[in-house]
Design a protein around this ligand. Structure first.
Ligand SMILES: [Zn+2]
Ligand SMILES: [Zn+2]
Length: 132
């Protein structure tokens, strides 16, 4: 397997992933709409042991998600790119960090009930109206 390098827009934050899953979870919650620029955010669940930050220190925005759970949203303080979100049970990494984006597809939709008209929810995939 080959290691995959991920970067924020400015390149000041760099991550290394041992084996990048080729599936992502699209989240349409209102926080993700704000953070992503209006549509969904695309999140890849990666076990902590499989990914590490090689370069840079992300800033952290703490927020209470609509689910009522605490979420730490990590982002690059230089360019504003979202890096990952630490949920209670797992950390999800933004698909946009990685260069092989065209190989990654959505496997699951969450918070579909909050989706706006900017993006269409592909309900052929596993879809949850709220959190999974
Ligand atoms: Zn950056
Ligand atoms: Zn969300």
């Amino acid at each position: 397997m080959s290691k995959e390098i991920g970067k924020c827009l400015c390149g000041n934050i760099e991550v290394e992933c041992d084996e990048l899953p080729k599936v992502s979870v699209a989240c349409y919650c209102e926080d993700c709409q704000k953070a992503s620029g209006g549509g969904a955010s695309y999140n890849i669940v990666i076990p902590d042991d499989d990914i590490r930050i090689l370069k840079g220190i992300p800033s952290i925005y703490n927020v209470l998600a609509e689910s009522g759970n605490k979420v730490e949203r990590l982002f690059c303080s230089d360019c504003g790119s979202a890096i990952c979100s630490k949920l209670i049970s797992r950390t999800v990494w933004k698909a946009g960090l990685f260069s092989h984006l065209k190989d990654i597809q959505v496997s699951t939709n969450v918070w579909a009930s909050r989706a706006n008209k900017l993006c269409k929810v592909d309900t052929d995939k596993t879809t949850f109206e709220e959190a999974s």
